[in-house]
Design a protein around this ligand. Structure first.
Ligand SMILES: *Cc1c(COP(=O)(O)O)cnc(C)c1O
Length: 378
């Protein structure tokens, strides 16, 4: 079955008792046992809930994994994944990544003896140089956030396998509609489902998908033991949003391409970061590992004084954190998503005071361009 069909069929016809076409919301904590030693398959909603399970089964299918698990947020999903490691373990992590992921490594897991080296995972040599005797995993975002660099998944995964490391890919920006890292050989995919999977800027959720049964069993144990599960209402809302993922992604990337090309022609713009542009250094690699370029782009203005003007005066585009929803959002990474990354590191990797990140929504591209046109000059 094609991925767009699979996406639409997420969670359908799950209730044989009524034939209900969408998965019902099982707003329940506990399930009655028919008799001692017998179970309906559910006993307590932290361990398993039918609405959540329907979402989890759909996500496992979409990513091509043996098990998927839904969490209360993307950070809860990443936390659960990091519980796979123990004191003394080391991970090699993308240096241009979601600020919250950087924070959880540096300010939380480090206290528990789990170390991370942040390197440019777009360079296989730099990954190789960072691997130590105690390295257990590679943690990759591609495209990276917010600089939209492309990591070569095939070579990174080959390298990880050679050194017996797990490969964990944060697939939030691409979604399984455009990129399926498990099929390339990654072991775990994590998502902030708050973004494209939910797609409507109306819920916070996270997903972990494991390639094989052994890892799936471990994540399931961690999910039940640590308990940051996604509730039934939000599981339902996520399933509901998920069904239009294919259509939304097509429109997101069509709009992003138009806006990226238009921005490039503007005299006040220093640089546009969008992997769909043929001159983007990761353009060809991305084509080998994904079926599209997604809806995220960043751009640097020449004059940093323009930044507050843009953020204050956009009309259709909202100045707000987050991404991946139907509405276009613009953020200022240096002060928002990436504020926890020290200024010198930020500047070095290119997250400067001139950089803005645009989550291109599914509005009419012409209206979005007009909105930007109105704010690019003071
Ligand atoms: C938002 C985001 C996260 C964190 O997810 P939450 O749902 O906000 O907890 C992790 N990774 C990426 C790439 C994100 O964009």
């Amino acid at each position: 079955m094609n991925i767009d069909t699979l996406i639409v069929q997420s969670g359908t016809r799950r209730d044989p008792a009524t034939g209900s076409i969408s998965t019902p919301i099982y707003q329940v904590a506990s399930f009655v046992h028919p008799e001692l030693g017998k179970s309906t398959g559910f006993d307590y909603s932290r361990s398993g809930n039918p609405t959540r399970q329907s979402l989890e089964e759909a996500m496992a299918k979409l990513e091509g994994g043996k098990g998927a698990f839904a969490f209360a947020s993307g950070m809860a999903a990443i936390t659960a994944t990091l519980f796979l490691f123990k004191p003394g373990d080391h991970l090699v992590v993308s240096n241009d990544l979601y600020g919250g992921t950087y924070r959880i490594f540096q300010e939380l897991f480090q206290h528990y003896g789990i170390e991370a080296s942040f390197v440019d995972t777009c360079s296989p040599d730099k990954i190789a140089d960072a691997i130590q005797l105690n390295t257990r995993a590679l943690f990759i975002e591609t495209p990276t956030n917010p600089l939209m660099k492309i990591c070569n998944l095939h070579s990174a995964i080959d390298l990880a396998k050679k050194h017996n490391l797990l490969t964990i890919v944060d697939n939030t920006f691409m979604t399984p509609y455009l990129q399926q890292p498990l099929k390339i050989g990654a072991d775990i995919v994590v998502h902030s489902a708050t973004k494209y999977l939910g797609g409507h800027n109306d819920l916070v959720a996270g997903i972990v998908v494991a390639k094989d049964k052994e890892l799936a069993d471990k994540i399931q144990f961690i999910q039940n033991a640590s308990g940051s599960v996604l509730g039934p209402q939000d599981s339902w809302l996520l399933l509901r949003g998920l069904k239009t993922l294919a259509l939304r992604m097509e429109r997101h990337q069509e709009n992003a391409m138009k806006i990226a090309c238009w921005l490039q022609s503007q005299p006040s713009i220093e640089k546009v970061y969008y992997p769909g542009l043929p001159e983007h250094p990761g353009h060809e690699i991305n084509q080998k590992q994904a079926s599209g370029f997604g809806g995220m782009l960043s751009f640097a203005v020449k004059d940093p004084c323009l930044v507050p003007h843009i953020l204050k005066n956009v009309q259709i585009i909202s100045f707000a954190e987050s991404l991946g929803g139907v509405e276009s959002l613009i953020t200022f990474p240096a002060r928002q998503t990436h504020a926890d990354i020290p200024a010198d590191i930020r500047e070095k990797i290119g997250v400067t005071d001139c950089l803005l990140r645009l989550s291109v929504g599914i509005e009419n591209a012409e209206d979005l361009i007009k909105d930007l046109e109105g704010v690019l000059h003071e």
